[in-house]
Ligand binder design. Sequence first.
Ligand SMILES: *[C@@H]1O[C@H](CO)[C@@H](O)[C@H](O)[C@H]1NC(C)=O
Ligand SMILES: *[C@@H]1O[C@H](CO)[C@@H](O)[C@H](O)[C@H]1NC(C)=O
Ligand SMILES: *[C@@H]1O[C@H](CO)[C@@H](O)[C@H](O)[C@H]1NC(C)=O
Ligand SMILES: *[C@@H]1O[C@H](CO)[C@@H](O)[C@H](O)[C@H]1NC(C)=O
Ligand SMILES: *[C@@H]1O[C@H](CO)[C@@H](O)[C@H](O)[C@H]1NC(C)=O
Ligand SMILES: *[C@@H]1O[C@H](CO)[C@@H](O)[C@H](O)[C@H]1NC(C)=O
Ligand SMILES: *[C@@H]1O[C@H](CO)[C@@H](O)[C@H](O)[C@H]1NC(C)=O
Ligand SMILES: *[C@@H]1O[C@H](CO)[C@@H](O)[C@H](O)[C@H]1NC(C)=O
Ligand SMILES: *[C@@H]1O[C@H](CO)[C@@H](O)[C@H](O)[C@H]1NC(C)=O
Length: 464
Amino acid sequence: MRHHHGTAALLLSLITTVTGVLGAHSLATRQSYTSDVVRGVNLGGWLVSEEWITPSLYSSTGTSDEWHLCNELGKNKCSQKLKTHWKSFFTRNDFVDIQAAGLNAVRIPLGYWAVDRRVWEPYVNGQYPYLIQAVQWAKELGLSVLIDLHGAPGSQNGQDNSGLIGPVRFPSNSSNAARSLYVLNNLTEEFSKGIYGGVVTGIELLNEPRLGDNSTDDFSMDELKLFYTDATKGIRAANDADTINVTIHDAFYGPAYWADYDPLKSTSSAPADLLTVDTHQYYAFDGLENLSHSEILDDVCNISKLLKQQTSSTGIPYTLVGEFSLETGNAPNTTSSSQNNEDDQVRRTWFRLLFEAQIAAYSPNAPGQSSIGWFFWTWKTEYDIDTWSYRRGVAHQYIPSDVSNASSFVYTVLDNGCIDMSTGHDNYTAPAHVAAAGGRAGGAYGATVWLPVMVLLVLAGCVF
Ligand SMILES: *[C@@H]1O[C@H](CO)[C@@H](O)[C@H](O)[C@H]1NC(C)=O
Ligand SMILES: *[C@@H]1O[C@H](CO)[C@@H](O)[C@H](O)[C@H]1NC(C)=O
Ligand SMILES: *[C@@H]1O[C@H](CO)[C@@H](O)[C@H](O)[C@H]1NC(C)=O
Ligand SMILES: *[C@@H]1O[C@H](CO)[C@@H](O)[C@H](O)[C@H]1NC(C)=O
Ligand SMILES: *[C@@H]1O[C@H](CO)[C@@H](O)[C@H](O)[C@H]1NC(C)=O
Ligand SMILES: *[C@@H]1O[C@H](CO)[C@@H](O)[C@H](O)[C@H]1NC(C)=O
Ligand SMILES: *[C@@H]1O[C@H](CO)[C@@H](O)[C@H](O)[C@H]1NC(C)=O
Ligand SMILES: *[C@@H]1O[C@H](CO)[C@@H](O)[C@H](O)[C@H]1NC(C)=O
Ligand SMILES: *[C@@H]1O[C@H](CO)[C@@H](O)[C@H](O)[C@H]1NC(C)=O
């Protein structure tokens, strides 16, 4: 996650330009097409740790990314700490809760060092068995999996989520691309195996690559596309049965930029088969921090109009919103849950609207539309920050308890996927109080506080 100032603004302006030409007008209906919609959450901060998601993992150090964490602790200690984290932060219970919430997919961020670590790199590995376990749980519970290369050698965006804060070194040494191709090939070969039952339906080549402003040592679009081409060739060759989609991140250029994109052809009049685009829609961070609520909803509505068009007419590839949240205006507070104001009814009322508006925009309501679904960032955080923790949203009722059941939603959706602001908007108010207490969850990331919620969700899951 995290937008770069310039690219976020660029994305907004691109969307504005494209939607300006479209202008759909339509009648109010409930969203009814739900058969193949991807409704997912990210397992953020797990196999690639992020300080703001699990601050206690980092608190004894002065570090803010996994590279430096392990560099400071040394391999043995880091390995111990991370193993405890991998074992406890996501367990089978989380998968049960995810399914009980009506979700049908998970996106799993992974760092290259889980597969291809050099001795001189401070990273430790041992993540892979947990990835396999996660895929097996997903299979048991009927969830599909998008595995995403979140951290590439050299770093593709210079941010904490890539494992290494600093310059974007990915393009500076061709061995970085070669190593990434090796990792993607490993993931394809592994998860094409029959024992996984085809639940890994997508592999994302590179999360949030940050292209430069075209000076000499930049990561250029040409370099990115070359990487996308090589990686697609590798995945297609290693997946004869064609069960795994190639997912490309839009590099913050917006889905429309990728119209008719086929990584295996120099020109094309239609997007490639088995290709999806991942676009991240955040209203937090630089450049967007001052948008008003109605501007945000207007922008969400514009994205909807863009993605509700038929791929066969716009050429925009099938598109997943691989990350979005309820945060607006500022970055998360990494160190506490003080920003969660549990009894702020106005805040929860707004969250419900923002959530429903976004999933309506990011889901198709008829076959053939570009949008095919979404993944919220993220299922949970150590403090269950209200704007970033899906499970807190469910517990506190600002996210529907069964997101697969559109008739339980509050807001009416127009055919263009926008919320009908003339009706429900003005007469929904969140409950005055919510059951669960706020604050820091105890123990190993909160088993105590969340146990009652989990039990309820499991019970609810049994009824359906
Ligand atoms: C949404 O699209 C309309 C029509 O093109 C445009 O006037 C408006 O500025 C857009 N809103 C945002 C937030 O981009
Ligand atoms: C490129 O990276 C590899 C390891 O990934 C390293 O062995 C090699 O020295 C690097 N080459 C240059 C020119 O930095
Ligand atoms: C992929 O890499 C992991 C971790 O090194 C290894 O355990 C696994 O066997 C590899 N799978 C394939 C198909 O190469
Ligand atoms: C960089 O600038 C050159 C010259 O203006 C242009 O041809 C090239 O397409 C640009 N590359 C990118 C990635 O924008
Ligand atoms: C896989 O890609 C195809 C486009 O070829 C798309 O129709 C389908 O929905 C994608 N599946 C998933 C799970 O993303
Ligand atoms: C947002 O508002 C603050 C305070 O007025 C201002 O300093 C900042 O520059 C604004 N940001 C943008 C992107 O307009
Ligand atoms: C973040 O939390 C700390 C500790 O409770 C608090 O002192 C600080 O003001 C918070 N920062 C923001 C931006 O809310
Ligand atoms: C869906 O939600 C509606 C409205 O809350 C409820 O009446 C219905 O029983 C739910 N359907 C299922 C299958 O849970
Ligand atoms: C309240 O919302 C419902 C649909 O959600 C709508 O039918 C009704 O007209 C709304 N009432 C007012 C006063 O806006």
